[in-house]
Design a protein around this ligand. Structure first.
Ligand SMILES: Nc1ncnc2c1ncn2[C@@H]1O[C@H](COP(=O)(O)OP(=O)(O)O)[C@@H](O)[C@H]1O
Ligand SMILES: [Mg+2]
Length: 380
């Protein structure tokens, strides 16, 4: 999947931009606090219908304005064109359109433009509570399986209703209805999560080894109260506790992925370098799985890459992602010389965009990049 053109109006600190990209690597270079992450987030928005940084739609409107528009023109692996736009007006519903036609549900769009992001914000996957890892897994599986996303939305709705009910009432027959409703979608969610973690494991290990040169063995395991029992059994057992607490104390909403290195918790025993390599390995494994399953190379967003790796490792990563399997890539960095040096060495087609506060100063294509784009166009 290639993003050929991106247009922005009032998105975060970007007033108005229209950018054309290379099908290989696109770099945004400029000082910190300019707009590099904002551009990457806009690209993420067009795929996932929301910010990668957990910002609300309203927070993404440029200060002092009342709406934003993000629009992207894509070409798929089969050379089909897709025009996607996202418009949000304060006080209204967000509207996502595909080729001019508005979606009824945003969940219908997720997965059409596969994307994988690596960003400094990923550290929460290791340091923070289980909720972050669930959020990650949900977004990941949702890109591949729209039924999963629908099941998750349903589960969360019923859970919220059940929790409201538990705060005020305790009628057995009502609780039984909620339990049945939760149980009706829980099996699918549990099975999808279990399968995905199982699928991730060997790929993460391979990438970790390749990236870190580490002899330590990393691992990830799916922890769920539903691993041994059904949702109905779990709820029945916790009924007394739920009534006493006034909320649903057990279930899928407490799942976690346990990350380890050398058999010990990654958060405690992994060095900073090991933790960062793990995250990149996880994201590349995610990329691999999405690519394999949907037959479309996802757009890879590498925000602030040097936050995670030293120059030698970034060089290795660039060699890795310039291989056959990978498609279009967006990278941000605050050091232009360093980025140019690495890209030249990697031999990849690329385009560098210099940015200042809220403004992109223009992209210069390298000769290889122009050639590359031309060849791609001729293929069409
Ligand atoms: N809704 C908004 N309106 C105006 N400016 C915003 C908005 N959201 C974020 N910004 C500003 O965007 C600036 C740069 O963002 P960012 O893209 O993260 O920088 P960087 O180049 O370091 O990645 C910040 O100074 C932030 O205040
Ligand atoms: Mg940034």
């Amino acid at each position: 999947m290639y993003l050929r053109k991106l247009s922005l109006i009032n998105f975060k600190n970007l007033e108005q931009e229209s950018l054309e990209f290379d099908t290989g690597i696109n770099c945004f270079v400029g000082e910190n606090g300019t707009c590099k992450t904002n551009i990457v987030d806009a690209i993420y928005y067009l795929s996932m219908c929301k910010s990668a940084l957990g910002m609300s739609d309203g927070q993404c409107i440029r200060h002092g304005e009342s709406f934003f528009v993000v629009e992207g023109s894509y070409t798929t692996a089969e050379q089909r064109r897709e025009q996607i736009s996202c418009t949000f007006q304060r006080g209204s519903q967000k509207v996502m359109k595909r080729n001019g036609k508005a979606y009824e549900r945003l969940s219908e769009h997720v997965g059409l433009i596969p994307v994988v992001i690596v960003s400094p914000a990923d550290s929460v996957l290791i340091t923070d509570a289980a909720e972050e890892r669930r959020r990650y897994l949900n977004a990941f599986i949702s890109q591949l399986d729209s039924d999963y996303l629908a099941a998750m939305i349903r589960y969360n709705e019923v859970l919220a209703t059940r929790n409201r009910y538990l705060k005020m009432n305790s009628e057995e027959y009502m609780l039984q209805i909620y339990d049945q409703q939760l149980s009706a979608v829980a099996g699918k969610i549990h099975e999808a999560r279990r399968r995905m973690v199982e699928r991730l494991l060997p790929v993460v290990c391979d990438y970790y080894k390749a990236l870190s040169g580490d002899r330590e063995q990393v691992s990830l395991a799916y922890r769920s109260e539903l691993n041994e029992r059904s949702m109905l059994e779990v709820l029945a057992e916790a009924r007394g506790r739920d009534l006493a607490n006034g909320f649903t104390t057990c279930g899928l909403h407490r799942d976690d992925i346990v990350l380890t290195i050398g058999g010990m918790p990654l958060r405690k025993y992994g060095s900073q370098g090991q933790q960062k390599s793990f995250i990149i390995a996880l994201k590349l494994a995610q990329y691999h799985i999405i690519h394999e399953q949907c037959g479309e190379a996802p757009i890879l967003l590498l925000d602030d890459l040097f936050d995670k790796l030293d120059e030698g490792r970034v060089g290795e990563l660039l060699r890795l992602v310039s291989g056959e399997e990978f498609g279009q890539i967006f990278i941000t960095d605050c050091n232009r010389e360093r980025m140019e040096r690495l890209l030249q060495r990697s031999g990849c087609a690329h385009r560098i965009f210099e940015v200042t506060y809220g403004k992109v100063l223009g992209g210069e294509a390298t000769p290889t990049a122009e050639q590359h784009t031309q060849e791609k166009e001729e293929e069409q």
